[in-house]
Design a protein around this ligand. Structure first.
Ligand code: 2RA
Length: 336
């Protein structure tokens, strides 16, 4: 098994190195690719130094079985043919192909089998906010079909990349020192603030991030459920949180929901309000599952249920989900 990472120096690229080592992903060789800027840098993987090669339109992907790609939509579009032309499966973290009909969009806990049909050799990894939400929604949808979802997100700086995390720390220092605050990666100062804009606005008044939650949820869950999202950047460092209101066809009780989540793949129930126990991003950064808590009936809707979920956006929201897709293909004998 020959594995490649494209976009090694980014936050998600670095997480790929960690997740592949942590899960002892079966492989004989790991190739690292990056821009001309990061080419030549070396990273340690399982005690071995690997030098980053510059991504070029050549035959470097000959013999590669799976390529984990996280270098932005432009690079994914530009290099998809180069990466897949010798048969490598490209698992793409960008938004480039997510809504294409001939590219499956996969969260293994929800629609793993979709990964088997990939006419272009590309499998798309969904946006992080969608991934954690659909992992939490799936067990409810199995009890009674979800008709409607309202969600408000609380997205950490990590969603905007490694440099954005550094900028948030810098902003806190500058603000506390009374210095002018550096604003480059966010649209406003994030330290001591919240920004109700993640990505750019579309014509209907929703942001691209919010429309991803609408479109991707429907594609992954094979549903016509309506989804309305408000996505907010908050000044936490890592792990996204979401407040979710769900309307199902038939009422689902809190007990049924708890039971379903207790037995669901990839979910940890953390819901003991009497002991002040519920998921919080500070403590969930670096963890694999989606944590669910604050479960209660929606007072405004007898078919409604409300909950809170938190998950590490770089891990389950990106690198881990992609690696789990590859693990599923291996298990199914569909990848070497
Ligand atoms: C964000 N969801 O948090 C995005 C990253 N894909 O900015």
């Amino acid at each position: 098994m020959k594995v490649a990472i494209v976009g090694t120096s980014g936050a998600v690229g670095q997480e790929f190195l960690k997740v592949l080592a942590e899960r002892d992903f079966p492989m004989d060789e790991l190739l690292l690719f990056g821009s001309s800027r990061s080419a030549g840098t070396s990273y340690t993987f399982k005690g071995k130094q690997i030098v980053v090669k510059e991504l070029k339109h050549n035959d470097d992907f000959k013999g590669v079985d799976v390529a984990f790609v996280s270098a932005g939509a432009g690079i994914s579009k530009d290099y998809a043919e180069t990466i897949t032309k010798f048969g490598a499966v490209m698992i793409d973290n960008s938004s480039a192909f997510r809504m294409d009909n001939d590219v499956p969009l996969v969260v293994p806990e929800v629609n793993a089998a979709d990964a088997k049909v990939r006419p272009r050799g590309i499998i798309a990894n969904p946006n992080c906010t969608t991934i954690q939400m659909v992992v939490a929604l799936k067990p409810l949808n199995d009890i009674s079909k979800i008709k409607r979802v309202h969600v408000a997100t609380y997205q950490a700086a990590s969603g905007a990349g490694a440099a954005a995390m550094d900028e948030l720390l810098q902003q806190y220092k500058e603000a506390l020192n009374g210095d002018p605050v550096t604003v480059k990666k966010f649209v406003h100062q994030l330290a001591f603030n919240m920004i109700p804009q993640v990505d750019v606005f579309t014509d209907n008044g929703y942001t691209k991030e919010e429309m991803k939650m609408y479109n991707e949820t429907r594609k992954i869950m094979h549903t016509d459920a309506e989804v309305s999202a408000t996505c907010v950047r908050v000044p936490s460092l890592r792990a996204h949180s979401e407040a979710v209101w769900v309307e199902t066809e038939k009422p689902v009780s809190v007990e049924e929901a708890r039971n379903a989540w207790s037995n669901a793949d990839g979910v940890i129930l953390q819901d003991n309000p009497a002991e002040k126990e519920y998921p919080m991003p500070l403590f969930i950064a670096g963890k694999d599952p989606v944590y669910v808590g604050r479960i209660r009936k929606d007072l405004s809707n007898e078919k409604g249920l409300t909950f809170w979920c938190v998950s590490d956006q770089i891990k389950k929201g990106a690198a881990l989900n992609a690696v789990q897709i590859a693990e599923y293909l291996i298990k199914e004998g569909d990848l070497k």
